[in-house]
Design a binder for this molecule. Structure first.
Ligand code: PMP
Length: 432
């Protein structure tokens, strides 16, 4: 796809040997560089820059309209229902999940929340410390075990109120069969939250008809992983989620009436968005959604799959490469994780940066329980690591493609990885 769609696609970097090369960004699962269309729209919008919902000035009216339209754009993008759902704009996926976990406390009283071993910490910790939780297992290759999901739903005999599951793993890229999972959850009276941070920029997604047993109850995602800047994310949920009680953040913009004795809250979503909202963020997110839709989510998915297949085919035969991947291309987004024998994950990541100008990510990617499973680390070793006795820390190297990456970049990466594998000692020494 078009490289010049994004900002910074022509950046050069200086290697250790003094040469300048094109920067190759294979760390799109962490964050994606913004679309040029997004930055242009932010610039256009800046002429109408104003706080919203507060004043009657011309600019405030325009800004308020653009902000409110942003909710409709998000709702249509995720296949939500305008009468039934609402969109709450927050900082990012993490803040969205924290809000949901806070606001569901009444609904989930005396219930169990199921999360999974493959979650990002942001979809683990907000549940772990507020609820009785249990965790759905993954199999040897790291795929979610649907049998275990059903087993646990049955085991708790209707007590599971929510299943919090990722749409796609940020470590392996594995896509979970969320509609099938939704059907199983609903059969046992549980609702489903999909953490779509890694899914929504790469694959078509729909919450589905609310009367369909396969529909998704709650979805969250971050704009900075879909070619818009940091600081804005969305939580899409049934309006009734926010009917009773009030937000964990209280303040301006959430109320209709206040006296020293009394408060009347506004309807959701305003009730949930305390303080002056991030209007620029919504402009950016709305524009990135429109750009993604114009490109076509199905086309993006196909293109990124072909990049992923190309990369997997090339690197799987490199001596010393250990892949954490079942190579089922049709059920994953554009993420590949691996290690190389003889090098620690942080060493390999540094070599790729210094010798090739290639940005990757290494470590546990905020998904430690999952990485521990993939690396088959014993409980004993984990405890030693926890107590600072087990070093270096466990981890993997991750490459993740965006829609602007191309085959040539992958070939250059493969070429360097192959070189490194043949000269591990040389490259290792070059670091120290
Ligand atoms: N869930 C998944 C699957 C993620 O990959 C990430 C970001 N790495 C998050 C949640 C958290 O997103 P954010 O940092 O934007 O809140």
């Amino acid at each position: 796809m078009e490289k010049n769609l994004i900002v910074g696609s022509d950046s050069l970097v200086r290697l250790t040997n003094g040469n300048y090369v094109n920067y190759i960004n294979f760390d799109n699962a962490a964050t994606t560089p913004p679309f040029k269309s997004v930055i242009d729209e932010i610039n256009n919008f800046s002429h109408n820059y104003s706080s919203i919902h507060r004043g009657t000035g011309y600019k405030s009216i325009i800004s308020s309209r653009i902000y409110d339209e942003g909710r409709e754009i998000v709702l249509d993008f995720v296949g939500g229902n305008r009468d039934y759902h609402t969109v709450v704009f927050l900082k990012n996926t993490t803040e969205c999940i924290n809000k949901l976990s806070y606001r569901l406390q009444e609904t989930l009283k005396n219930k169990v929340v199921l999360s999974t071993y493959m979650e990002h910490h942001s979809n683990l910790l907000p549940w772990k410390y507020r609820y009785n939780t249990d965790y759905v297992e993954v199999d040897e290759s790291g795929r979610l075990c649907l049998e275990d999901l059903e087993f646990k739903l049955r085991l708790y005999g209707g007590k599971v109120g929510l299943v919090a599951v990722t749409g796609a793993s940020n470590v392996t890229g594995y896509i979970n069969p969320i509609y099938e999972i939704a059907k199983i959850c609903h059969k046992y009276g549980a609702k489903i939250l999909v953490d779509a941070a890694q899914l929504i920029p790469h694959s078509p997604f729909s919450m589905g008809d609310i009367n369909d047993p396969e529909h998704i109850d709650f979805v969250v995602f971050s704009a900075h992983k879909m070619y818009a800047p940091f600081g804005i994310g969305a939580l899409v949920a049934p309006k009734e989620t926010f009917k009773d009680g009030f937000s964990e953040q209280l303040g301006g913009g959430t109320v209709k009436y206040v006296s020293i004795e009394d408060v009347v809250w506004l309807d959701p979503p305003m009730k949930e968005e305390a303080g002056t909202p991030n209007v620029m963020g919504v402009v950016a997110l709305s524009t990135s959604i429109k750009t993604l839709e114009n490109l076509g989510m199905r086309k993006i998915e196909e293109y990124e799959r072909s990049l992923t297949k190309y990369a997997l085919d090339l690197i799987q035969d490199i001596p010393g490469i250990v892949l954490y991947d079942d190579k089922n291309i049709d059920e994953k987004v554009s993420i590949i994780s691996f290690n190389m024998e003889g090098l620690y994950h942080d060493e390999l990541a540094l070599i790729l940066a210094h010798a090739g100008g290639i940005a990757v990510r290494n470590g546990c990617f905020c998904a430690q329980p999952y990485v521990q499973k993939l690396l088959k680390i014993s409980k004993e070793a984990m405890l030693r690591y926890r107590n600072d006795e087990y070093l270096p820390d466990p981890g993997l190297v991750r490459i993740s493609f965006g829609l602007y990456n191309d085959y040539n970049e992958i070939y250059l990466f493969y070429h360097l990885l192959n070189e490194i594998s043949k000269n591990v000692d040389y490259y290792k020494k070059s670091l120290y």
